[in-house]
Ligand binder design. Sequence first.
Ligand SMILES: NC(=O)c1ccc[n+]([C@@H]2O[C@H](COP(=O)([O-])OP(=O)(O)OC[C@H]3O[C@@H](n4cnc5c(N)ncnc54)[C@H](O)[C@@H]3O)[C@@H](O)[C@H]2O)c1
Length: 258
Amino acid sequence: MNGLLEGKIAVITGASSGIGRAIAVGFAREGARVTIADITQLPIEGGPTTVELIARTGAQADYERTDVSRWEDVDQLISRTVARHGRLDVMINNAATYSGTPLLETSSEEWHRVLEVNLTGMFNGCKRAIAQMITQEPRHEVRGRVINLGSQQGIVTCPRDPPYGVSKAGAIYLTRQIAVDYARELIVCNCISPGKIVTGAPGLPTDPALIQNAQRRTPWPRLGRPEDIANAAVFLASDRATYITGANLVVDGGWLAG
Ligand SMILES: NC(=O)c1ccc[n+]([C@@H]2O[C@H](COP(=O)([O-])OP(=O)(O)OC[C@H]3O[C@@H](n4cnc5c(N)ncnc54)[C@H](O)[C@@H]3O)[C@@H](O)[C@H]2O)c1
């Protein structure tokens, strides 16, 4: 049986770990040929690399070492992917970092570091991918799709992390702007804003106070799993979602509804 993404060529940034890793595995399962773009192949949560994980399912994936904050890296990532596979159908801008500090404890260096990875990295990914996509013949009405990872904390405040929250608000805005500006070029651009997703990463993401706060605010009786986001991304990358563009799909177990 054909998968939902059969034959699609996809690049996923930050796909060595967490949500990006689940998206890569989910895409491969649905028949996409995936390139994992990350600064490292080592998953933060441990275990096999994403390329190995996908190989175990009988599919193939590629890894390109990429720092998304560097234009030259992203330029080379897309050029090499297209040289290998002939086109680019889906670009997922997922790589991100955080500071974990309130305003007065955030240095100017920290501010720039988070914004450069999360927002400039997304700008680089969108710009380079769309420059490629607009040169391609449409398939099923679409030349290419971009999915940006926002956060519910780009809509409501992000406790103790203004640079992260600002970068995620920027992701939601950039998505809308691109969707409007490039619709006539048949580019589909959407954002996914996860609620609290338990990825298995140690450190700040497992801070008991943050987990407790997330549990209190999430109506659904569990926190999110990376697969919850992967399923949303598969749908938005598929030909079933063509008339959806400029949307911010919140996947948060009802957090923002409360
Ligand atoms: N986990 C959550 O609860 C949650 C909630 C809302 C939004 N999100 C968003 O989902 C996305 C994935 O989050 P996650 O929790 O899986 O993160 P994570 O920290 O587990 O993984 C991030 C990945 O990005 C990579 N990365 C970091 N800097 C990079 C760079 N400069 N260039 C390329 N790759 C880089 C890391 O190596 C890592 O593999 C992020 O955009 C995040 O903001 C996550």
